[in-house]
Design a protein around this ligand. Structure first.
Ligand SMILES: NC(=O)c1ccc[n+]([C@@H]2O[C@H](COP(=O)([O-])OP(=O)(O)OC[C@H]3O[C@@H](n4cnc5c(N)ncnc54)[C@H](O)[C@@H]3O)[C@@H](O)[C@H]2O)c1
Length: 262
């Protein structure tokens, strides 16, 4: 038996497609036979990533669409343009990373307003995108949604890895990422009757030139290879969840962390 992992020209909207992980997702979709709609609030980065990946992969299957996932009007505008051009959408990857300017503070310094705003932007944005795009998917009778959660969606941060670093894992992050795993199951159950599958990926830490002390401490817990993840390490899980190879899977969470959380 061969596995149906080709994406067969599927139209995949990837929010946050201009970012660290999003770029890897755009690449993975196109390299595996799909069409990537790189949806990001940052127009300059989005266009730049679209152009450089298109040239490198020699493809016309990447397009940029500006979207603010926290605005229903902006999402509807994006979808009007996607539907006019492609006639439908096969998959949504909720991967954007909205946060306000105070995001990242230590627990005792987070204000109630900042907590609520960051939860609203990130969790609320994923809700809004899913609600708007699932309307189209329900009409079509098929679709796939992937939420990007995190290992911190199901386990507590190991605060010792942040010792000596000038950043931490903020409390909002755990609240948001845990809630996304619940939302994954809720929507899988609610939308399954319409042929829509909803799953999550929980990546471990992705290398992004973080402080050396953090990287060293983080890597001590990694089982595979004593290194942080690269965006390419997440590609297989994404393609699997978008393809027919996972056609009987919904409501699940794939952990891709080199064994960090075990
Ligand atoms: N980097 C990691 O180590 C790591 C680990 C686990 C999970 N994740 C998750 O992966 C996802 C992507 O993270 P990343 O590290 O690539 O982040 P990133 O900051 O590199 O990229 C995020 C992208 O989201 C876009 N964005 C922000 N607000 C937006 C909005 N309102 N509407 C549309 N786009 C918006 C940004 O412009 C940016 O291009 C996030 O959900 C993050 O929580 C990241």
């Amino acid at each position: 038996m061969t596995f149906q992992s080709d994406l067969h020209d599927r139209r995949v909207v990837i929010t946050g497609g201009a970012g660290l992980i999003g770029q890897g997702f755009v690449r993975a979709v196109v390299e595996n036979g799909g069409r990537a709609i790189l949806a990001d609030i940052d127009e300059a980065s989005g266009q730049r990533v679209k152009e450089s990946l298109s040239a490198e992969l020699r493809t016309d299957k990447i397009e940029f669409c500006r979207v603010d996932v926290t605005s229903r009007e902006s999402i509807q505008r994006m979808m009007d343009s996607v539907l006019a051009k492609h006639g439908g959408v096969d998959a949504l990857v909720n991967n954007a990373y909205p946060r306000n300017q105070h995001y990242g503070r230590k627990f005792e310094d987070v204000t109630y307003e900042d907590f609520c705003e960051n939860v609203n932007l990130h969790l609320g944005g994923y809700f809004l995108m899913s609600q708007e795009l699932s309307r189209v998917m329900v009409k079509q009778g098929h679709g796939t949604i992937v939420f990007v959660s995190s290992i911190y969606g199901f386990m507590a941060p190991r605060f010792e890895v942040y010792e000596g670093a000038d950043f931490t894992s903020p409390v909002e992050y755990s609240a948001i990422k845990g809630a996304l795993l619940s939302l994954t199951k809720y929507l899988a159950s609610y939308l399954g009757q319409h042929g829509i599958r909803v799953n999550a990926i929980s990546p471990g830490g992705v290398y992004n030139r973080q402080e050396e002390s953090f990287v060293t401490q983080y890597c001590k817990r990694v089982v595979l290879g004593n290194r942080m993840a690269g965006a390419d390490d997440l590609a297989g899980a994404l393609v699997f969840l978008l393809s027919d190879a996972s056609k009987y899977m919904t409501g699940q969470n794939l952990v891709v962390d080199g064994g960090w959380s075990i």
